[in-house]
Design a protein around this ligand. Structure first.
Ligand SMILES: Cc1ncc(COP(=O)(O)O)c(C=O)c1O
Length: 444
């Protein structure tokens, strides 16, 4: 067995995985992408065992779903106990205590010195859709502002709000109307070609201008923004941007919706990433790590906003399923008992340090970005022109999974290696993972 618990015994993919791929190709549409050719069988903490008996460190963690790790015993116990008692009465027909309990807890955790309410749904996309429905119902205004580099989901509205064509929007139009897109402050590739420090936060100024060129502010129900961009490249806005945006929202009565589906729930070392920027959103969407892999998402917001829809206007057959809710309650306990926010910060410091050291040695690393344990490197073929290192990123991913580390990429040009490690990853596993990434860079 090698460092960190990794154990690779076959070529990757192994023979069984290859056989399953043949069957998969006959039975599952090709549009359902797979980042690796590997078939997972079981997992524990940050480790995943494949169907061929190989063991890997998983820094994709279900794309940010497994902050408490694979099959955390406390979550598993809660899920089993609930499944034994009752699978699903449907909250729209019969209520249950746990739904209220988790709603109370989330409403308390989201910032705001006023009453809040929480609605549960199944997926991240559904949470974003519902936040927009609520904002429209509250304001009686049609328009939604979304940003460049955004990913909000794959349903018609959230796909329309998403900013990447291939693969998310290609040939899937027509798109939902009344979505207006503005630049996100991606300082490494400034949309205005400026430099942070002397740019006077041009992205903010531009928003006021867009009210003359794109959409009058009195028609805008809400803006939806990823506090830290996930899929679009782990982009952290400069400290002035979100507070400035919030002020603009207040000036024009536009609801501020923070999409915390990827960056929330401890990922950045705080419960929600917006806490780094000293803002209070009107609504917050959560999903992914909220229930450690059970399908659950949430919208939390000001009670008077959340209450404006007609009765029956919100919900869904499976929304807030009691098994998922029990997993959600267990996740909050684990986060507290195991100090996961502290662990996210410690791990983030280590990962950033390793990447900064690597950047000095490997010019292919154009940029290193991170907040807590949400850390990425942006690869470039040429550091001067910043030509995206799309091929290099592909090679890094492949090298890493063959050596026992699972990663996912991000960014408009698929040139960003993003780390979403379980917050329970041990120090030895962190070191093993970073050694493999460094080895992969040596091969480029
Ligand atoms: C920021 C953000 N919003 C929304 C979504 C959509 O979530 P789901 O895939 O659960 O619909 C994602 C998923 O990656 C996301 O990262």
């Amino acid at each position: 067995m090698s460092k960190g618990g990794i154990n690779i015994n076959t070529e990757i993919p192994g023979p069984k995985s290859k056989e399953w791929t043949k069957r998969r190709e006959k039975s599952v549409p090709r549009g359902a992408f797979n980042a690796t050719p590997i078939y997972a069988e079981s997992g524990e903490g940050a480790l995943m065992n494949d169907t061929d008996g190989n063991r890997y460190i998983d820094f994709a963690a279900g794309i940010g779903v497994l902050n408490v790790g694979y099959s955390h015993p406390k979550v598993v116990e809660a899920v089993k106990a609930q499944a034994d008692k009752m699978m699903h009465p449907c909250f729209a027909v019969l209520q249950y205590e746990s739904y209220i309990e988790l709603a109370e807890k989330l409403s308390e955790k989201v910032a705001g010195d006023y009453d809040k309410k929480t609605l549960f749904l199944n997926s991240g996309a559904e949470a974003v859709e519902n936040a927009v429905k609520i904002a429209r119902s509250y304001s009686r205004k049609p328009a939604v502002i979304a940003f460049e580099n955004a990913f909000h989901g794959r349903t018609l509205l959230t796909m329309s709000m998403t900013a990447k064509v291939n693969p998310y929007k290609q040939h899937f139009g027509p798109f939902a109307p009344e979505v207006y897109r503005l630049p996100y402050p991606y300082c490494y590739r400034c949309p205005f070609g400026l430099t942070y420090g002397s740019c006077k936060i041009r992205c903010l100024e531009y928003i006021e201008e867009s009210f003359a060129t794109h959409i009058p502010p009195e028609d805008v129900a809400c803006l939806v923004i990823e506090t830290v961009v996930g899929e679009g490249g782990f982009i952290i806005p400069p400290k002035e941007f979100l507070p400035g945006l919030k002020k603009i929202c207040e000036k024009y009565n536009i609801l501020f919706v923070a999409d915390e589906i990827q960056c929330g729930y401890g990922r950045t070392g705080k419960m929600f990433a917006y806490e780094h920027f000293d803002i209070v959103p009107d609504m917050v969407t959560s999903a992914k790590s909220i229930a450690a892999g059970m399908p659950l998402s949430a919208v939390t917001g000001k009670a008077d906003v959340m209450d404006t829809t007609v009765i029956g206007g919100l919900g869904g057959t499976y929304s807030g399923n009691p098994v998922a809710i029990e997993a959600g309650l267990a996740v909050l306990d684990v986060m507290e008992e195991e100090n996961l926010l502290e662990k996210a910060n410690e791990m983030g410091e280590y990962l950033m340090k390793r990447f900064k050291d690597m950047q000095k040695k490997y010019p292919v690393i154009g940029d290193v970005r991170g907040l807590g344990a949400m850390v990425a490197i942006e690869l470039v073929s040429d550091p001067e022109s910043k030509k995206p290192g799309t091929e290099e990123t592909k090679k890094v991913m492949k090298y890493c999974y063959e050596k026992g580390l699972i990663l996912v990429k991000a960014g408009m040009y698929d040139n960003i290696v993003r780390l979403l490690p379980p917050l329970v990853t041990t120090k030895e596993q962190q070191e093993a993972a970073m050694d493999i990434i460094e080895d992969s860079l040596k091969t480029l």
